[in-house]
Design a protein around this ligand. Structure first.
Ligand code: KG4
Ligand code: ZN
Length: 331
């Protein structure tokens, strides 16, 4: 079965073609460059870029998959959560294709699609129950997945998302946007305890706004005393910062696994690309005998393949499809 996956919830216009769970193509055009000077995604710029690019991305995806559009059996599309204007571009595009091609379409939750990414290309086998961990630019949440249509949120950030925190601190430190990858590259394990920064945690819920402010204040305080921070000093601060973020995520997901007695955790989202987080999850896998399912790096960021993957699975298990009345939901 061939599934087309369409993702336009934020700044990536992405279309993928899957044959069952095998990814035949996954093409993404990002409007990231246009947002850089603002230090964050500007919704109107993202919406217009989706409109400009979606046709082209579809053609490239079909070309790379070497199939004709008439061979598509199902269209899966992100309908929530995300920027409302951006979601509307993908959703309406999917509806129009569905009508024209006379194939069913299915609206998919972007966050569930993230923790579905480890199953793409059969990297890991899907087996219930499991916990879903999403650590991205917009979300940081833990889910209990009993069945594909029985998913419950069991923990979430109360304010900023983890990736958002990395991005905002990197902008404040003059390192550019998006900051997650930059801070990952600057990270030096020998500096991880140079400073002591703390994230908020109550049970399985997290808070990152306090640590973000602490990083800004610490920089201001040090600069008032010593003048502009050099790169080595920034490395010390940011390594301690990243260490603290990673540790609170690891601690919380291990706690969730123990309290729910579920030893499989499927992970997704842009921050799952982080080298230190990946390393720590592997360590915990050995220590706590928890299976952490990690996606291939190319499927950590927003992409159409994860949307198609979840759509394919949902359709096959439940035969559910969406009606043309389906609306986009920002939250
Ligand atoms: O999943 P994603 O592409 O978009 C959302 O759904 O939000 O995630 C983007 C986030 C950004 O905050 C970015 O800084 C972060 O993922 N990110 C990373 C790394 N690569 C991207 N964070 C930490 N380490 C990385 N290597
Ligand atoms: Zn995402």
């Amino acid at each position: 079965m061939y599934t087309l996956g369409i993702e336009t919830s934020c700044d990536e216009t992405s279309v993928a073609v899957l044959k069952n769970l095998k990814v035949l193509s996954n093409i993404t055009i990002s409007s990231l460059k246009a947002h850089k000077k603002y230090g964050g995604v500007v919704p109107e710029i993202a919406n217009r870029a989706h409109l400009d690019n979606i046709d082209k991305v579809l053609s490239l995806a079909l070309e790379e998959a070497k199939i004709k559009i008439k061979s598509i059996d199902l269209i899966a599309v992100t309908y929530k959560p995300g920027l409302i204007g951006a979601l509307l571009v993908g959703l309406n595009f999917a509806k129009a294709l569905s009508v024209a091609l006379k194939v069913p379409f299915l609206g998919v939750n972007h966050l569930y699609a993230h923790f579905f990414s480890p199953f793409l290309n059969y990297k890991h086998r899907l087996k219930f129950p499991f916990l879903g961990l999403v650590v991205s630019g917009g979300h940081t949440s833990i889910y209990q997945v009993n069945k594909i249509d029985s998913i419950k949120t069991i923990g979430t950030t109360q304010d900023d998302a983890c990736g958002e925190t990395l991005d905002k601190v990197a902008v404040n430190y003059g390192l550019g946007y998006p900051g997650g990858k930059i801070i990952d590259q600057l990270f030096e394990p020998k500096y991880k305890k140079e400073f002591s920064f703390k994230c908020g945690k109550i049970g399985l819920n997290l808070s990152f706004s306090g640590i973000k402010t602490a990083l800004v204040y610490k920089k201001n305080e040090l600069e008032a005393k010593n003048g502009k921070l050099n790169l080595d000093f920034k490395k010390k601060l940011l390594s301690s910062f990243q260490f603290s973020l990673v540790e609170v995520i690891v601690k919380t997901i291990v706690e969730a696994s123990k309290t729910k007695k579920i030893k499989r955790v499927s992970c997704g989202g842009g921050v799952i690309a982080n080298s230190f987080l990946r390393y720590r999850l592997k360590q915990e896998q050995k220590k706590e005998s928890i299976d952490f399912l990690i996606p291939f790096l190319e499927y950590t960021q927003d992409n159409g393949a994860m949307v198609a993957g979840l759509g394919f699975y949902l359709y096959n298990k439940t035969r559910v499809t969406s009606s043309l009345n389906l609306g986009a939901e920002s939250n």
